[in-house]
Design a protein. Sequence first.
Length: 444
Amino acid sequence: MTEPHVLFVDDEEHLRLAAQQSLNLEGIEVKCFSSGGPALSKIDRAFTGVLVTDIRMSGMDGLELMAEALSRDPDLPVILITGHGDVALAVASLRDGAYDFIEKPFAPATLVDAVRRALDKRQLTLENRALRQAQTGGDGLPARLIGRSAALKTLRDQVRAVASTDADAMILGETGTGKEVVARALHELSDRANGPFIQINCAALPEDLVESELFGHEAGAFPGATRARYGKFEHGRGGTVFLDEIDSLAPALQAKLLNAIENRQITRLGSNEQIPLNVRFLAASKSDLAADTETGRFRSDLYYRLNVVTLRLPGLDERREDVPLLFAHFAADAADRVGRAAPEIPGRVLQALAARSWPGHVRELRNAAERYVLGLEFDRSDSPTEAGLAVHMAAYEKSLIAASIAAHGGSLKATYEALGISRKALYEKMQRHGLSREDFREDV
């Protein structure tokens, strides 16, 4: 039997039946109780659902039940049901840990909405706990590559598989998708974890010193070289060298890099001595290197030498379901850094964030979370009032109805029959969306 997502406690049978029907119709599993004791037996820190309870009940009342439930898990969302005379009491209970309250009599949609928001909060709480646990146990990868989407699960599996080898690897993804995070994870899960991790941003290397920076030089190799110097490749011996933005390397440097990777040895500037190089190479690019090889911008032999294994990082548009969890995680991190409590994030904000586009991907989302914690306004593109599932669905419904009316020459009868709704429902939706019958020259 499916575990209930909602524990509903009320000593009035008709309210229990109504709540059960309302929630079940929305696909939400619920188990009803006439008293608090049996419900408490279902509650512990692993319980994945929420508690909904009436305040006024014989025996253990709702406030006592809430106190006992929160003693078992202080983060459990508890929704109180109150009569009109108990509103002040319910408001006061919010300070004692209640998540929300709804006043009798309430519409089924009010209950469903409150429960859905509470379930979203519960899911985020449990996933954040799992992340913290992952940081102190296991390989820690879920805490590095955060997400429950199929794309992230696949990526974590790939990272684990590649990390267990010593193969060179290519990491492809747009700016902000987390290429450095993946590179560090590959290093720290590998047998080279105790060795150095040398990150080189190829685009930031000074053009006149790039060869010296990578390969090192001997004293007198060029004006100003008063003493010998190790290059970054030598500093990486026994560990991993991560070449970020490798596509920005000049062709001459690409040839020398190919030689270093193929032969695992280098020659410092001003020397003829070959130095063995025990490193693993990881390379990253935001551009399509396969296309760059066809245009000659990138050496095909270097591309195929590095392309032993390729990890492709998904953008946030490919894993929108991960956005709420990521945002909550980044907000908690930001709050911890500035010495504040992790903020409560309304469900409408998380919905809006998941619905909008993130061209800067995870990096942009992290910045938005930090602004949120600091109390700064979102950018217009971040505004929770401009996006969200409900807004997008409403816009889609309006466009669908308008297109159908136009396709049927303004005939409302043909339209509601084609859409499979009643004439009354069509009129209501047209009114809600501001669609005028005259605009479509209705003829029936």
